[in-house]
Design a protein around this ligand. Sequence first.
Ligand code: LMR
Length: 400
Amino acid sequence: IFQDIELAPPDAIFSLTARYKDDRSPQKVNLGVGAYRDDSGKPWVLPVVRKAEKIISSDPTLDHEYLPILGLKSFRDASAKLILGSNNRVIKEKRVVTAQTISGTGANHLGAIFLSKFYQQKVFLVSKPTWANHKPIFDTVGFDVREYIYYNPKTLGLDIDGLLNSLKSAPNGSIVLLHACAHNPTGVDPNHEQWKAIADVMEAKGHFPFFDCAYQGFASGDIDRDAWSIRYFVDRGFELLVCQSYAKNFGLYGQRAGCLTIVLRNSETATKVESQVAKLQRAEISNPPLHGARIVNLILNDPMLYAEWIDNLQIMSSRIKEMRKRLFEKLVELGTPGNWNHIVDQIGMFSYTGLNASQAQVLQEKYHVYLTSNGRVSMAGLTTSNVEYFAKAIDDVVRT
Ligand code: LMR
């Protein structure tokens, strides 16, 4: 029956991890997948997460029963407060629906299925470029996925005019995917004035904001600053949707903890939307997984643990900033042709280096350095011991 099926291409990000694992070179460096590493290149379990796990494992009242369909209630409530701000009036006015999801990917998927059933417009705009999984998620659900201009390869920065023009020329009511902070893959975010201009066009065109937020607190070390764009759109009165992932900011990659939050015009609509989201969730996953949500729940709802989490976040974001600085300084020291300011100007886990696919290929084959073919580098894979090696490798590929 299936003999005529085409072979699917390997996943751009996870296939790199597999190749890196198979590489026997002691000098190999993984700058592919966006996963935090400590300065010895090892995965880092946040100390606050270890603490929460101990508390959970020694609590005799906890069992492994099913969660409700929409997930752990206190986790959902804490997630909505984290992303929208605890005093946001939309929460008080009960205009918010929150579902626990299979991390950010699950939130994107559930949000997309919801819109595919209950929203008229099928045009779904994603930034050019965007996270490698966005298009497949929205394609799978049946949207007409198109790109809006975002990045200017000449300036290595935001093309705000191109962006606004793309939004203006899209059909009215298009769904627009917006990265709340630390744009993946470019690390280039709009500033507040630019966000305002984006909101103006979206309002005039009746576009629907679909926020993806995978780096709250991880990008700048400041929870509120990283959620500014979302809260700004909410304050302007948009109905919108937000996907939250706790993979990066809690280091809970494999636990798949996340949330989908939908902000609505009034509480009556919220009640109806919540019932439909629950129906979709039941058909898809029945109910979400426990462990990661329990950890996040405990930390977000305990002031001492919360404060410790903020400290842990700062350790991660400042190590990444330090690696940006060192890489930049090394390239300048080597006199590597080109301007490398973008390495320090970009924000979050990734740097969009400007290296092309063939340079990325040489880096992999000659230097055992793994990065995606679009030139994206996970800064978290750099350490004080390999940053110079990487700078020299860049220097070589740029010169040849
Ligand atoms: C990445 O962009 O590398 C991460 O978000 C991991 C993933 O799921 O692709």
